[in-house]
Design a protein around this ligand. Structure first.
Ligand SMILES: [Ca+2]
Ligand SMILES: [Ca+2]
Length: 176
């Protein structure tokens, strides 16, 4: 008698995925040749194409050290297909105090060094989404915030998928 066991996974990008299975039992297996199986699956990109665009506005600029600056990032899908699994990547300005960082739906994001990676879900054709990053610069300097967007759908125009913005940080005005 056989037993079915079903594993469902959702691949996130075009690639080859491989599933390895092995069965064991506490009873001695007379034929161990048939205890393992490997299956490869080719994952193709999601059909269609979507032209994602990203832009951002920094406010205020210039900003005083010790005062919060906000980067308001807008991601737009110019279509024609729905952009599935949009991911926003933000290379956070080094001059921002790490403990001061706040962002939209930040609980969904992961940070690796200064790179913040945030899933934004699906974006329908013609739709846009605003995502905010807040932080406090510590010293007078020039900040550079770089954002980029990708999705599981082919992008017909890669040139508008990245945006960089610089912000001038002036010395803190002395408090009296
Ligand atoms: Ca694009
Ligand atoms: Ca600016």
């Amino acid at each position: 008698m056989g037993t079915d066991w079903i594993l469902r996974v959702t691949p996130t990008r075009a690639s080859t995925i491989q599933n390895n299975v092995r069965v064991t039992s506490t009873v001695r297996d007379l034929n161990q040749q048939n205890d393992t199986a490997t299956e490869r699956t080719t994952v193709t990109a999601v059909a269609g194409s979507a032209d994602l665009k990203v832009s951002q506005v920094d406010s205020p600029d210039p900003v005083s050290a010790g005062t919060q600056v906000t980067y308001s990032v807008t991601v737009t899908n110019a279509g024609p297909s729905t952009a599935v699994g949009v991911v926003l990547t933000d290379i956070v300005p080094a001059g921002l105090s790490r403990s001061s960082l706040r962002c939209s739906e930040c609980n969904l994001c992961s940070i690796n060094g200064t790179t913040l990676r945030c899933p934004l879900g699906d974006l329908a054709s013609g739709a846009s989404k605003v995502w905010n990053l807040h932080g406090v610069p510590t010293v007078a300097s020039t900040l550079r915030n770089t954002v980029s967007v990708t999705s599981s759908v082919r992008d017909s125009n890669q040139t508008n998928n990245t945006s960089s913005e610089t912000t001038t940080v002036t010395q803190a005005t002395s408090a009296r």
